[in-house]
Structures are given as C-alpha cells and as structure tokens.
Design a protein around this ligand. Sequence first.
Ligand SMILES: Nc1ncnc2c1ncn2[C@@H]1O[C@H](COP(=O)(O)OP(=O)(O)OP(=O)(O)O)[C@@H](O)[C@H]1O
Ligand SMILES: [Mg+2]
Length: 527
Amino acid sequence: QLSGELGSWITVIAADGRVLGDSAEVSEQMENHANRPEVIEAMRNGTGTAIRFSTTVRYNMLYRAFHQTGAGQERIVRVAMPLTDIENIIRSFRKSLLSGLALASAFGLLLAWAFSHHLSRRFQRLVQFSGEVAGGSFPHDFFPNRGTDEIARLEQHLNDMSQKIRENLAQVIAEKDKSDSILRCMIEGVLVLDPRGQVLVMNERAKAMFHVPDGKDIHWLSILEMSRHPEVHKILEEILTSNLSEQPYSKEVELDEERWFRVNAVRLRNKGGSFLGSILVFHDVTDIKRFESMRSDFVANVSHELRTPLTAIRGYVETLLHTPPPDPQDSRQFLEIIDRHSDRLSRLTEDLLTLSDLESGKVHLSQQLLDAGNLIQRVLEVFWDQAARKKIKLTQEVAPGLPKLAGDLDRLQQLFINLVDNAIKYTPLEGVVSLTVTQTAVHNGGAPHIEIAVRDTGPGIPEKDLPRITERFYRVDKARSRDLGGTGLGLAIVKHIVQAHKGELSIESTLKKGTTVRVRLPADTAK
Ligand SMILES: Nc1ncnc2c1ncn2[C@@H]1O[C@H](COP(=O)(O)OP(=O)(O)OP(=O)(O)O)[C@@H](O)[C@H]1O
Ligand SMILES: [Mg+2]
C-alpha cells in the first residue's frame, strides 16, 4: 500500500541478503541481494544509493537502501524508483526554474536598462556643461535642482561654481575696462615690458608714437622689432642694465623728426624683490622744446636787431664828438645815418611792443562797422608816392554791394599797410601791385566773409620758406630785407591781427612770378 502511495517499489532485505518482502514480487523467488551495491553500502554506512538497469522491469532504476536495526533484528529497507519518473520530475523542475530565471533576468535587464538610461542622460548633461565651460561660457542654473544623490550634489556644486566664476569674471572684466579706459585716455604713452623687453601693455598713445598699425597684435612682440629707432634701443638697454631702484630713469629723446619725448622709466618688482619688467612713460615735450627754442631764438634775434642800429648810431656819434669831419656836408651825412638807424630802432621797439600786446591778448579791438573799399583806399593813400618812385602800378578792384566788415580800423589799416609795404618793397621797378576785395562764397550755412587779396609781380617766396614766413624775424633773404629797412616782424603782426579778428590768412607764391596774400575777415551779418 505504501509502495502504491509513493509510486515506488519497496524491498525489505535481511542482513544476509535474503529478500524478506517485496512490494512487486514474491520474495521467496527472488535471488539473494547481499551483493547489491546499495545493500553493501547501506550495511557499511547506514545508507546506500545505486542506479542500475533492472532486469525485472527492464529500465533504469534508482535504488536507495537504509540499514535498520531494532527489536534485535537487522535489516535493509530498499526503495526503488524508475529513473524516468525522477528524470520527469527534474525536467519539470528545470523547466519551471528556467522560465522563472528567464522572467527574472528579463525584468532585471529592463530595470538595468532604465537605470543606465537615466544615468547616461545625466552624464550627457555633465558632458554638455563641461563643453560650455571649456567654450568660455558659464551657464546660469544649468542643472535642475532636484534629488539628493551624489550626482545631484555634484550638479548643485557645478551650478554654484559656474555662478561664482561668472561673478568673478564680471568683476575682473569691470576692473580691466577701468584700467583700459584710464590707459586709453592718458595723453602720455605708456609701455609695460617684461624682463626681456617684450610688450605686455601698450596704450593707444604709445601705439601712435611707435606707428603700430591698427589691429596689430603687439603682445609679446619685442620693442626692438617694433621700433628701429636707435634711441629706443639705447633706452631699453639702459633700463635693462641700470639699477633703477637707485635713481629714477629720465631722458629726453627725439623719436620722430622734431618730435621730442621725455621718457621716465621704473622697474617693476614683486614683493619678493624679483624683477618683473619695466614701465616706460613717454611725455610729449615737443611744444615745450619748441617754445624754449623760440624764446632763445627771439632773445638772440632781438639783441641782434637792436645791436646793429645801436652800433651804427654809437659809431657816428663818437666820430662827430671826438673827430668831427671838417666838411659840414659829411657831418650832415653822418647825422642822416644816425637818424635812419634811430628811426629803425623806434620802429623795431614799436613793432615788438605791438606784437607782444597782440600775443598776450591785451589789445582791445574795437568792433566798428567798416567799408572794405574805404579801408583799402586809406591804405593805398600811404603808398602812392612810394609806388610812383619805383614806377609800380598800384591798382584796386572792389566788388559792388559788399557787406560791411566788423573790426578795428587802426589794426586793419596796420595789417594792410604791412602787406602793401611788402608787395611794393619786394617788387622790382615797373611791377604791378593790385588789391581786390570780394565776398567769398558761403558754404554749408557758414558766415559770409570778405576777402582782400594783395597781389604783386615780385620775386616770390620759395616754397620751403612759406610755412615759416609769419614767424617773428623770419626773412627769406636777411641781408636784402635789412637793406630795405625790414625787421621781419611785419607778417607776424599781420598774422596776429587776422587771428584777433577771427579771420584767415593764406599766402600763395610762385618764384619769379609774384605773391598773393589773401586775408578773409568775417563780414557783418547784421546787414
Ligand atoms: N610780397 C613779398 N614778396 C616777396 N617776399 C616777401 C613778400 N612779403 C614778405 N616777403 C618775405 O618775407 C619776409 C618776412 O616779411 P615781413 O613783412 O614779416 O618782414 P620784413 O618785410 O622783412 O620786415 P618788416 O615788415 O618788419 O619791415 C621778408 O623778409 C621777405 O623775405
Ligand atoms: Mg614787411
């Protein structure tokens, strides 16, 4: 019954191998089982197992034997089961195990995929962020603020870092802008060099001084490559070799033609005292230099101009006093020479005073309404006689219907007397001096002007002298001009009177043909 319930075959075997009972066969007919391997093993170890082809049922069987002792008896209980049954059980077990495993791994894979997908998207954001930072932009709140895991904390830190860098950068840029605009607005040229003489900083003014083309990158260029000027090379050499902490470096150099600069230099040192480079500041001192040379030229010129007539006067006075000539005619001639020179002296001092008044701006100009034709007439009256003596034709041409001039009659008269004096003085015999008065065309709503031109057929002024002709004491031919009684102050006075009237002066000249001096004065707009 038990065998039926279990679905297996039960055999009870005595210790000597006799079959005491069997669930399937008649035990008496069965052979001795003492040599069965499972029985031998059970006798030895308590239990025994064997798989064997059963000759009785003719298929593989699993035998399991148990050694039993009790009630003074010793026996083996053997349970046998066809192996196919076990294999069926194992197969069905394996099947369910496999399907369970497949389901579990499919679920696991899905879970892993979802997790890794989420993770990879967050890493992609990190890569994108690092790309933006590498590109120089520091994004604002790049990562959404969520989660408390490690990556979320990393993202939060990166957000904060980006924000901090942005703020610091803005501060640095603001500071740089400030120092850039200070450097840009400086009228001095500033140059900062590293210890080898390469440019670290150069402001606009310094670029102009060294003729650096617009847009050229000068960083790390050697100053020696930038300027071929020997003076610059010398300065650099001196700065790099001298100990500037002892005494500040200062030197005046002429960089371009007639452009003078005072170069001051200091060495840059860090707190530890090591040499970081040097700062050079270039001050343009051309105007001061020019002014200084003008002043010394002026003093020299004045002394010279005064000495000539004074020497002559003293010489003749002494002669008359100590060794008067016997012939009164000679004495008269000496007196005439003295008269001429003292006349020249007084004209000179008068001109110098006029000039100094005009230059200092002390002269008060009256603002009379003047008729240009009338003014010209008054000037010409002075010269009829002088022109006639040189057989010079003096002409005038005044355009009709001109507006009035606003200006100072005496000063304007002095201006044109100087111009006509020059024209007649320098024009040879039988020349022509003509005066024309016209109104100049008005452009772009500009105020109307009256132009008075003094034209002569004289020797002309060489082109190279034209720019300097209005300087005090400047004369093309000193000796000739002095012979003619000139001091070289006439055109300087003219220039100042024109400037005081807010007018314009221009001189055109062709050698051996003649000179034209044009004066443009503002017309009275109230007409
Ligand atoms: N019309 C002209 N033709 C040729 N040369 C001229 C003429 N006007 C001026 N010059 C030249 O310019 C120089 C300066 O003229 P400016 O009138 O200032 O001095 P000046 O005539 O020599 O002396 P001053 O006018 O004081 O008597 C003259 O010495 C002369 O060489
Ligand atoms: Mg003159």
